[in-house]
Write a protein that binds this ligand. Structure first.
Ligand code: AMP
Length: 136
């Protein structure tokens, strides 16, 4: 459980540019946007990472995320956008409270991605796929 800046925003102790709120979620503009319209969608449950989140909060987030994407695109004129969701310091998570970034993408602004993909080994992939499936 976390008591981060986002918990303080949820409790109304810290101001934000709120765009949406319901019983389980809140969304507000990122204070340091990567592009205009950069919005954070946050469960009110104070889980640190997505894997710790309850099914109820996860469902609420899943329901509202597409609506917020549509509104952000309409408001900014963006036709492309990224969803970013960081878990853990090594994965660039700074605020220890689950949040989804909705980031409009234009030619000059938005999320930059520096992937270094490699081919999936068929045997290792089959084994790892089975291992993950067994754990679900
Ligand atoms: P992350 O690296 O995924 O943890 O991103 C945290 C995000 O929260 C950053 O993009 C910050 O700009 C944003 N942020 C931090 N404090 C606030 C705040 N008080 N209001 C809005 N956004 C915030």
């Amino acid at each position: 459980m976390s008591d981060s800046i986002f918990s303080r925003i949820i409790r109304g102790e810290v101001p934000c540019h709120r765009v949406y709120e319901d019983e389980l979620t809140i969304a507000f503009l990122d204070v340091n946007p990567v592009a205009p319209g950069h919005t954070l969608v946050v469960p009110k449950e104070p889980a640190v990472t997505l894997a710790e989140l309850s099914d109820g909060s996860a469902a609420a987030l899943g329901k509202v995320l597409p609506r917020i994407c549509r509104a952000v695109c309409k408001a900014t004129g963006a036709t492309a956008y990224n969803i970013l969701q960081n878990n853990g310091v090594a994965a660039h998570q700074v605020v220890e409270h689950v949040h989804f970034h909705v980031i409009p993408k234009t030619d000059s602004q938005g999320l930059g991605i520096n992937w270094r993909p490699g081919p999936l080994n068929p045997e290792a992939g089959a084994e790892l796929g089975r291992k993950i499936a067994r754990l679900l």
